[in-house]
Design a protein around this ligand. Structure first.
Ligand code: PEP
Ligand code: MN
Length: 374
């Protein structure tokens, strides 16, 4: 059970202490305090864990200082969407809104190779009104002899160029907790010209120590990729690890599943799960068409599979798209064959906007029919 306190109450408040002493007197119940800093207000939530079935929502709502009570119906205590749950399904980071109600495109390099390509990417983004990108510095590779990413050495020029071209958020994968500090240090040294969303890749979805480290810090939001060979429930529990440590600025990414059944795509595209994740949780949902499809193959209608699946995810309500671009894919050090070209960026964005408009029309339509039924 979650007690959501009145916005002005913090743990230092007398009313909070009175409430805590009452709650502590309840048998077989432990409490956990969770503080949420929104753009407008600071919220304190009290999680009651244990034998809460006998507690009445009405009684708890009438306790002084309590605004709202949510009975937890699932394992995902913080990130889950529970009955009568009024908690937000969005957050702000570095001036950008991330929510289940909007769409952000993160087009960028799978792996940073050199400053020239980073700059060409950033120029194209700025020319097309984009403020987010993806830039891989730490690459987890299947083959130990493959390029592992430039690591911290490329961070200064990536961040400076981002600042130069008004990029507000860079999705950047981390594979070790030390990378969080390296990113923080490089941002500080370059004068914080941009923001970073820490990406946890599909090979690390259940790396619990990495999840705890990314969850303990609250500076950077986290993009958690679904594990490619585990259940959806296991992956959402992995996201809950981040939130249970204190960081609930989490976006959940679908990137396809490994099936090894001679699939035409690199992974089996799982974007039908976009609405499922939005029903189960309050997390914005990202799709990664590049790592799902893994090629630039085109269908007879002239549209690439990557664009088809992007549209499918957006029409189903996706809130973020992580997509590989490269100025010169044949020289790309990672995933060149699936990268789109700079010249394809305006097309990709326009196609995504068409799909988003279709989604918004679909929401309007269902509301219109709901009204007619009442
Ligand atoms: C990536 O986004 O660069 C990546 C490695 O993705 P995934 O973890 O989904 O394979
Ligand atoms: Mn890649």
């Amino acid at each position: 059970m979650i007690l959501i306190l009145s916005p002005d109450i913090t743990p230092a408040d007398e009313r909070f202490k009175t409430l805590m002493s009452y709650v502590d007197s309840l048998p077989n119940i432990k409490t956990r305090v969770h503080e949420v800093q929104g753009s407008q207000q600071h919220l304190t939530e009290l999680y009651l864990i244990g034998e809460t079935a006998g507690l009445s929502i009405h009684d708890m709502e009438n306790l002084p200082g309590v605004d709202n009570v949510v009975r937890i119906s699932r394992d995902y205590r913080v990130l889950g969407r529970h009955v009568n749950d009024t908690r937000p399904s969005s957050f702000e980071y570095n001036g950008v809104h991330f929510g289940q109600d909007n769409l952000n495109i993160f087009a960028g390099l799978c792996a940073v190779d050199n400053a020239k390509h980073v700059e060409e990417m950033m120029v194209a983004l700025k020319d097309n009104g984009q403020v987010c990108t993806r830039m891989g510095a730490y690459k987890p590779r299947t083959n130990p002899y493959a390029f592992q990413g430039h690591g911290k050495s490329c961070l200064p020029y990536v961040f400076e160029l981002a600042g130069k071209y008004d990029i507000k958020v860079i999705a950047m994968e981390i594979t070790h907790d030390i990378h969080i500090k390296e990113i923080k240090d490089a941002l500080k040294k370059t004068g914080n010209p941009t923001g970073v969303m820490l990406q946890i890749g599909t090979r690390n979805t259940q790396n619990f120590e990495l999840l705890k480290a990314a969850g303990k810090q609250k500076e950077f939001p986290v993009l958690l990729k679904r594990g490619f060979g585990i259940t959806l429930e296991e992956s959402i529990n992995a996201a809950e690890y981040l939130a249970s440590e204190g960081n609930d600025k989490v976006i959940f990414a679908l990137r396809g599943m490994k099936t090894n059944m001679g699939d035409p795509h690199r992974n089996l595209v799982d974007f039908a799960h976009v609405p499922v994740v939005k029903r189960l949780t309050r997390m914005p949902v990202c799709i990664d068409p590049s790592h799902s499809v893994g090629s630039r193959l085109t269908t007879p209608d002239g549209i690439m599979d990557v664009s088809h699946v992007t549209a499918q995810g957006i029409v189903a309500g996706a809130n973020m798209v992580l997509v590989d671009f490269h100025p010169d894919p044949k020289t790309a050090m990672v995933d060149g064959p699936q990268a789109l070209l700079m010249s394809e960026l305006p097309y990709f964005l326009e196609d995504a906007a068409i799909a988003r408009e279709a989604y918004e029309k679909r929401v309007k339509l269902v509301n219109k029919y709901k009204l007619a039924k009442q």
